[in-house]
Design a protein around this ligand. Structure first.
Ligand SMILES: Nc1ncnc2c1ncn2[C@@H]1O[C@H](COP(=O)(O)OP(=O)(O)OP(=O)(O)O)[C@@H](O)[C@H]1O
Ligand SMILES: [Mg+2]
Length: 357
């Protein structure tokens, strides 16, 4: 397998759109790197650059130390699953899986064995004689994944490979992909905007926005130690609460209490953004926050509240706690160490903490 280095990647499309800029990433041999970010942030472009389907505007791509920049896509040995399937319409499911192997002149008996396993894992056996037009979107997507899996490429490039599956099949395929990755030691770059996929599959998670890398780290690091407000808001469900507070003499008033800011350089800061995850907030007796909406997830609830100034927060509460619409509460913070602080101007993470006074 392969170690892939992306060095200073830049992609400007002909119409002037800057899709990827100053993109640096090292993907170790056997590592599964997940790229996440909002629609249009450049995820597919990064994959297409690695596969050779787009030309680089600047930068270099190395596989095991060798530049592949000038190589044809077919010589790069990357198995890509496209966001829009890209199946061969005139071939059956089986034919679609076999075609790349036939091109490589693999022995027909070996092709049959290998495809048999893949059809089994992906639950495609019953429909293996159908053509793509006679398949549902989810089935086409599984064929597309299967075609990549039946090869033994230098790396897998997967662009939202599960986006058209229903929730149950998605969860099942996620587990299958994780198993497959463990068993094969394959190097994979995986694009998704599904947070659960990103968190559960990634060895290394990369959050991007507007063509630029926001943070690279393990899912745990990114969740508990986001480097800016964008990352904190993008990763974590329900979404983190970000409250902007004025700083007065090194203190902030938040949720009806005054706290000292510690462990940080004030540097003339007069405002700070305070980030509190919904599971770190607590409903208490009081009348400052009114319930506007309750989402019931079965195993927990998310309660949306507003204060008289229209400021809104989300609080995660246990399934059994009785909360009613329009009910009023005060809010408390469970563990002050979990509170994240961001610069109100540039939204970068600040090192400090809140302390009770
Ligand atoms: N061929 C093209 N010409 C011009 N602009 C393009 C082209 N392809 C993509 N773009 C633009 O480049 C940016 C990045 O697109 P890309 O497809 O990489 O996003 P993405 O992160 O994969 O989004 P999504 O999650 O919606 O698939 C977008 O602004 C898109 O409109
Ligand atoms: Mg895309």
């Amino acid at each position: 397998m392969s170690c892939i280095e992306l060095i200073g990647l830049k992609k400007l499309y002909k119409d002037g759109t800057s899709a990827v800029d100053n993109f640096n990433l090292r993907i170790e041999d056997g590592e599964l790197v997940v790229l996440v970010g909002p629609s249009g942030c450049g995820k597919s472009t990064v994959l297409r650059l690695i596969a050779g389907l787009e030309d680089l505007t600047d930068g270099d791509i190395r596989v095991n130390g060798r530049s592949i920049k000038a190589m044809d896509p077919k010589d790069r040995e990357m198995a890509m699953v496209f966001q829009n399937y890209a199946l061969y319409p005139h071939l059956t499911v089986e034919g679609n899986l076999a075609f790349p192997l036939q091109l490589k002149k693999m022995d027909p008996k070996r092709i049959k064995d290998r495809i048999g396993q893949v059809l089994d894992v992906l639950g495609l056996k019953e429909i293996c004689h159908r053509k793509p037009r006679d398949l549902s979107g989810g089935q086409q997507q599984r064929v597309s994944v299967g075609r990549a899996l039946s090869r033994k490429p230098a790396a897998f490039l997967l662009d939202e490979p599960l986006s058209n599956l229903d929730a149950i099949l998605r969860a099942k395929m996620r587990v299958e992909l994780a198993k497959l990755k463990q068993a094969s030691g394959a190097t994979m770059v995986y694009v998704t905007h599904d947070q659960i996929e990103a968190m559960t599959l990634a060895d290394k998670l990369l959050v991007m926005n507007e063509g630029k890398i926001q943070q690279i780290g393990s899912p745990r690091e990114i969740y508990s130690n986001p480097s800016n407000r964008f990352v904190a808001e993008f990763i974590g469900l329900p979404q983190i609460n970000c409250l902007t507070c004025p700083i007065k003499q090194g203190r902030v008033d938040i949720l009806g209490k005054s706290y000292q800011l510690t462990g940080m350089v004030m540097n003339g800061l007069d405002q700070v953004i305070i980030g509190i995850r919904p599971d770190q907030l607590l409903l208490k007796d009081g009348d400052h926050w009114q319930v506007q909406l309750i989402e019931n997830y079965g195993d927990h609830q998310v309660v949306f509240l507003e204060d008289s100034s229209g400021q809104a927060v989300r609080v995660q509460v246990e399934a059994g706690q009785i909360v009613k619409m329009k009910q009023v509460f005060d809010l408390g913070i469970r563990d002050l160490r979990s509170v994240l602080l961001f610069d109100a101007q540039n939204e970068e993470r600040l090192a400090g903490q809140l302390r009770e006074v």
